[in-house]
Design a protein around this ligand. Structure first.
Ligand code: 5GP
Length: 192
């Protein structure tokens, strides 16, 4: 998506350790009009899929998922991160290793909000090693629901997450795929 690529080039900041900071329009301050254009694009890309729910993970996926959901006219569920879970049997639980914080979280969704008849689109801001998305897939499968696809704002194509998830036969669409980025020169190359 050209609009997103241009915005990353203009306002993205490449940090050491393969981290792309997009705080000025996506992760801290949010450009909701850009999110709206992203929502329209995801709607076009997943037009054939019978999606009745969007699943994301807190915190940075929530804003995007909410705007995307307006294009699909479906509710958003966000998986909650926690370090101490009460195993009360009321929630689906999985573990996710955080790329940015280098920690492992328990991630939960109430059983009330994931059902076997659900057809779910996963939305997240970044795809790096795929831990967050794999955790969400795990939760959906625990509920016996169907993964219709994965919609990502920015995929770091030089990390393995995208390849691993596509190899499972899952429909992944990323609006911008970073092929390489250099924190010393500031150079960023997108997959065409
Ligand atoms: P993964 O689980 O695929 O390794 O990483 C995806 C998650 O880590 C995303 O939910 C995102 O919040 C965070 N993340 C991974 N890489 C980056 C990055 O380069 N920049 C930012 N801002 N977040 C990232």
């Amino acid at each position: 998506m050209k609009l997103l690529e241009e915005r990353i080039r203009k306002d993205g900041v490449i940090k050491p350790g393969n981290v792309l900071k997009v705080d000025s329009f996506l992760n801290h301050q949010m450009d909701v009009e850009l999110f709206d254009a992203m929502g329209a694009e995801f709607k076009r890309l997943f037009a054939e899929n019978p999606i009745n729910k969007i699943l994301t993970i807190e915190a940075s996926g929530i804003g995007i998922a909410c705007v995307v959901a307006q294009h699909f006219h479906v509710p958003v569920v966000f998986a909650k991160k926690s370090q101490s879970i009460n195993l009360d049997g009321e929630s689906y639980i999985t573990k996710v290793e955080s790329f940015t914080h280098k920690r492992t979280y328990d991630v939960i969704v109430s059983k009330k909000y994931l059902n076997p008849e659900d057809h779910i689109l996963i939305i997240d801001d970044f795809l790096a090693n795929g831990c967050a998305v794999n955790g969400l897939i795990d939760l959906i499968r625990s509920a016996g629901a169907t993964v219709e696809g994965v919609g990502i704002a920015i995929e770091k194509g030089f990390q393995e997450g995208g390849r691993l998830i596509r190899e499972k036969g899952i429909h992944v669409e990323s609006l911008a795929i970073v092929e390489s980025m250099n924190d010393e020169t500031g150079e960023i190359v997108f997959r065409s």
